[in-house]
Design a protein around this ligand. Structure first.
Ligand code: MN
Length: 298
């Protein structure tokens, strides 16, 4: 099943949809399958925590659900409240070579092999959906696109083994790990507001037989920038889950960004990034200027 979160009219926000070809079936009523909660809320994302129940309810609503055009809705991140966003640094063989060959851009000390440096975290506050666009936070610095397969954790996971790792996966989405180049810590440079894009929807794990063999591409305008296959990951998906859950308990809705292939490059205000991953679909993301805060009224 392909599940999206979307805004429609001004009054119709944070709705839940099933994506079917070019249509969205509005199954927002399926969110009633989430039990009422109170403070302190459980960690993670409630939609993902209760996904089996929500999904069953959505399936029962499918036949009578209002049908909207995909082109008419504003797609938001299918995960609203992850407890964390662990991400893999340089994790494709060709990107490793690209980064090592250009120390001026990629800063030598940061291209150490993933086996040595492990993972990093992106701030949850950087998470947006494709309709919100990527805001150029520092126009004076280079901001790069990084397309990545996102793995969405479905159930709490502590110290997974390679054999059990995939059983904790709820589904997959396309991610952009937007990046300011520079010498600062990754967790800072990659956590500006809007620098973690997730979409266009969540594809449940049962629909993707082998996430380790998915073609992906990213274009800016007519220019193909990144083209790869998840078969070229240095550390594959099960081992990324093993590695992440060895250090922190993964919660429902946690988003693992699996790393980007070669071809990363800069974007500017006005660009549109077209991201595709086999089995998931196409995600279009505009690059937008920062909103200038209005002067205070005296
Ligand atoms: Mn990345």
């Amino acid at each position: 099943m392909r599940l999206c979160r979307f805004d429609f009219e001004q009054s119709d926000q944070n709705r839940l949809g099933i994506v079917e070809d070019d249509d969205v079936l509005d199954v927002t009523a399926a969110l009633d399958a989430i039990p009422p909660q109170r403070w302190p809320m459980p960690p993670g994302d409630l939609l993902i925590r209760y996904l089996p129940a929500v999904r069953a309810r959505a399936e029962s609503l499918r036949a009578t659900a209002p049908r909207l055009k995909l082109a008419d809705v504003r797609l938001l991140s299918p995960v609203a409240n992850p407890s964390k966003i662990p991400a893999a640094p340089v994790n494709y063989r060709a990107h490793e070579a690209e980064a090592a060959a250009d120390p001026a851009t990629f800063h030598g000390q940061q291209v150490a092999r993933i086996q040595e440096v492990g993972l990093f975290l992106k701030a949850n506050s950087s998470l947006v959906g494709p309709s919100q666009g990527v805001v150029i936070n520092h126009p004076d610095r280079r901001t790069d696109h990084e397309i990545e397969l996102a793995v969405i954790i479905g159930t709490r996971c502590h110290r997974a083994s390679r054999d059990t790792a995939m059983s904790f996966v709820a589904g997959y989405a396309i991610a952009l790990d937007m990046t300011l180049r520079g010498k600062q810590e990754r967790s800072l440079r990659k956590s500006c507001d809007g620098f973690s894009v997730l979409g266009p929807w969540l594809v449940t794990a049962d629909e993707i037989a082998d996430p380790g063999h998915l073609a992906m591409s990213l274009s800016v305008g007519n220019e193909l920038r990144q083209q790869a296959n998840t078969a070229d990951l240095v550390i594959d998906i099960p081992d990324l889950i093993v590695m992440a859950s060895d250090y922190y308990t993964l919660e429902p809705g946690d988003i693992i960004m699996t790393g980007t292939p070669d071809g990363v490059g800069p974007v500017r205000v006005g660009d549109e990034m077209v991201c595709r991953i086999e089995g998931i679909g196409e995600m279009r993301v505009p690059v937008v200027a920062p909103v200038v805060a209005p002067a205070p009224v005296s």
